[in-house]
Ligand binder design. Structure first.
Ligand SMILES: Cc1cc2nc3c(=O)[nH]c(=O)nc-3n(C[C@H](O)[C@H](O)[C@H](O)COP(=O)(O)OP(=O)(O)OC[C@H]3O[C@@H](n4cnc5c(N)ncnc54)[C@H](O)[C@@H]3O)c2cc1C
Length: 467
């Protein structure tokens, strides 16, 4: 490797870094990727998106089988084999990580295993044995992601107090679980473990669960969770954690000052992650950092020439698909492509894979009003969808927020079956600046769940057909 110069070196192989590396290879750049973990894929592949969705899938099948008789299928002796759930998850994670290794080879990306550090015009790599090597590179992309944020007073021990990394590796299902934090990670694990039999309570500081979603969606999810036996304790600040003989006790107060005390075998602390830049050598550069995040311009450039940053380490929503798109913008910009388009942060889909699923893009009704839009809303409940009845999944709705003057779609909010897939249609419509009328006129196959999107769009003009 001596004297070899790379066009771009990417530090971190999560969905930001590995996608950037692939695009660099596709554009004919000589690319290198540095990863300190012994497997490629980052949080998303190893400890995030992929393993959680695999566990949700097992939980979904378990529940479906328990209700098989509703569909005229008799099934008996249905049992959860939790060790096999874990085995399946590990297998799928490994397959995805291996897939990334294959893609690195296919796109002629050189992989360095070790910890990367910035030195002027170069990247220094220290491997697991402490051996150092330095590579020359014209550009650097920092894609070092994020890690779990420790919460003072709620330190995890991996036994009775766990974080999202620990809870993916449990050997047994806890009898009871308190989930601190009702964002995507919290409600997804609440869904998984309550289906596996844990008596589950979610505690949220803000007045509603999934607090970033449209208010109607939060309400519907809370109702749905209640039906499934998941309790929500909102508007509550947990202040103290104590260990008990059988697990934990947490105490706190609601915003009205009412005392709250909860006990369970396990507490999942699912509040927050923080950008990871430890040991990167940012001190010796012009790179600006605010609250731990690296500041970048619309092409992901930092203040240091030739150094870009993408993904969870920059102050945009912590999402895998956004990290990947930021990686593509960075690589295309450094490659000198003329048609690079900065990311429109209004068009980033948010998906939560709990049951029922939640997905959204664009402005909520409240946000649209706050921004001064004259808002018109269309809704369609899945209880009126033929396909939802076939699936036996009639909870939830599609809600479309548009503005009156031009009929432009400002936001789409879905709770219900396949919400996380349906949202792609809304993203395309909004990317193309579609009106609600155009979306409503677009023919959707029958019977499909996607008809609900069409009907909600028609509903903006009070023309939904099936309600
Ligand atoms: C439980 C959970 C579930 C999630 N589910 C979803 C989901 O369903 N959908 C979604 O969009 N997002 C989800 N996320 C968020 C998603 O995982 C992150 O947004 C995404 O992984 C960020 O990608 P990234 O490339 O920026 O960083 P990461 O994926 O964090 O990867 C960073 C990589 O950099 C490496 N690294 C760090 N420092 C160095 C160094 N100095 N040298 C070499 N290597 C280094 C790390 O080892 C790591 O492999 C989830 C997160 C969690 C925790």
């Amino acid at each position: 490797m001596a004297n070899e110069q790379f066009d771009v070196t990417i530090i971190g192989s999560g969905p930001g870094g590995y996608v950037a590396a692939i695009r660099a290879g596709q554009l004919g750049l000589k690319a290198a990727i540095v990863e300190k973990d012994n497997r490629l894929g980052g949080t998303c592949t190893l400890r995030g998106c992929i393993p959680t969705k695999q566990m949700l899938m097992s939980a979904h099948i378990y529940e479906q089988m328990q209700h098989a008789a509703d569909f005229g299928v008799q099934a008996s002796g249905i049992q959860l084999a939790f060790a096999d759930v874990q085995k399946r998850k590990d297998k799928v994670v490994l397959k995805n990580s291996k897939g990334i290794e294959y893609l690195m080879k296919k796109n002629k990306v050189t992989v360095f295993k070790g910890t990367g550090k910035l030195v002027p015009g170069k990247v220094e790599i220290t491997d697991a044995e402490g051996k150092k090597q330095t590579i020359d590179t014209k550009n650097i992309i920092i894609a070092t992601g994020s890690v779990v944020r420790p919460i003072p007073g709620f330190e995890t021990d991996g036994q009775h107090v766990v974080n999202s990394d620990h809870i993916l590796e449990l050997k047994d299902v806890p009898k009871s679980l308190i989930v601190m934090g009702a964002g995507a990670v919290g409600v997804e694990f609440a869904s998984v473990y309550s289906r596996f039999g844990a008596e589950t309570t979610i505690v949220e500081l803000l007045p509603r669960i999934v607090p970033l979603e449209d208010e109607e969606v939060s309400k519907e999810l809370e109702r749905s969770f209640r039906k499934r036996g998941i309790k929500s304790q909102v508007d509550t600040k947990l202040e103290k954690l104590e260990k008990t003989e059988t697990g934990v006790r947490v105490t706190g107060k609601t915003s009205k000052g009412e005392a709250v005390s909860l006990e369970a075998e396990m507490l999942l602390v699912a509040v927050g992650r923080m950008p990871y830049t430890q040991g990167l050598g940012l001190e010796g550069t012009k790179i600006k950092v605010e609250k731990g995040f690296i500041l970048v311009d619309e092409f992901q450039q930092t203040a240091e020439k030739g150094v870009y940053a993408i993904g969870d380490v920059v102050p945009t929503p912590l999402l895998a698909h956004l990290a990947s798109k930021e990686g593509i913008v960075a690589v295309e910009h450094l490659a000198g492509k003329k048609d690079v388009r900065p990311i429109n942060l209004r068009l980033v889909p948010n998906c939560t894979y709990c049951d029922p699923e939640v997905a959204s893009v664009g402005l909520t009704e409240t946000k649209a009003k706050e921004q001064g839009y004259d808002v018109k809303v269309g809704r369609f409940p899945f209880s009126a969808s033929g396909k939802a009845r076939i699936l036996g999944e009639e909870e939830g709705f599609v809600k479309i927020v548009s503005e009156k003057k031009y009929d432009e779609i400002l936001g789409v909010h879905i709770i219900g079956p396949h919400a996380t897939e349906l949202i792609a249609e809304a993203c395309v419509a909004m990317q193309l600046e579609s009106t609600a009328d155009e979306l409503g006129r677009t023919m959707h196959a029958h019977p499909t769940i996607s008809e609900a999107v069409m009907e909600a769009a028609e509903g903006v003009h009070d023309l939904a057909v099936h309600i």
